[in-house]
Design a protein. Structure first.
Length: 179
């Protein structure tokens, strides 16, 4: 059996006295059982807090690169992981409406015009390429190019990350490194 890690979980009926948050190895030692007699299950996906933290750090790095203040940034993890950055500028074709930079785990980054909450936003451009997690400076360049009338890679939809685990792994460098 591979070495047990803290990312594994045993149910309390298999390992009496163990509860989520307990040190798994210590619970096995207390039980008197051999590690090979305890059923374990790998978590296929990261917990919501882990994904939200990592996405939040990445989006904050993007906000710094784009010049958006922290109070104009929102991250949400539900059935789809999404992010919103309210940009401090208007789109020439719609001078009365703000523009926003939005990210979703299904499509990556898009620049859009904010509309009435009951309406779908008007997408101006989507960042091209196959990377759901491009470097913050690449996102900033996408915004600059689009605002200047250059729309590289627009309207190319990309598939979601294979799993949320893959997405969380891709986002992990932004947790430990300076923006």
């Amino acid at each position: 059996m591979p070495e047990l890690s803290s990312t594994r979980t045993a149910t309390t009926n298999v390992l009496p006295g163990w509860f989520p948050g307990d040190d798994f190895r210590a619970a096995i030692r207390r039980s008197g059982r051999k590690p090979s007699s305890v059923a374990v299950m790998e978590h296929p996906e990261p917990d919501t807090r882990t994904l939200e933290r990592r996405l939040g750090e990445y989006v904050r790095a993007v906000a710094v690169a784009v010049g958006v203040p922290a109070e104009s940034v929102t991250v949400e993890i539900s059935d789809t992981a999404t992010a919103y950055l309210g940009l401090p500028r208007r789109w020439p074709d719609r001078p009365g409406q703000d523009i926003m930079l939005v990210w979703s785990e299904r499509r990556g980054w898009s620049l859009a015009v904010e509309t009435d909450p009951a309406e779908d936003p008007v997408v101006i451009a989507r960042q091209g390429g196959g990377d759901l997690v491009p470097a913050p400076r690449a996102v900033a360049q996408f915004v600059t190019d689009t605002a200047a009338g250059r729309r590289p890679g627009q309207e190319r939809l990309r598939p979601a990350a294979t799993t949320r685990r893959v997405l969380a792994e891709r986002l992990s460098p932004y947790v430990h490194h300076p923006r």
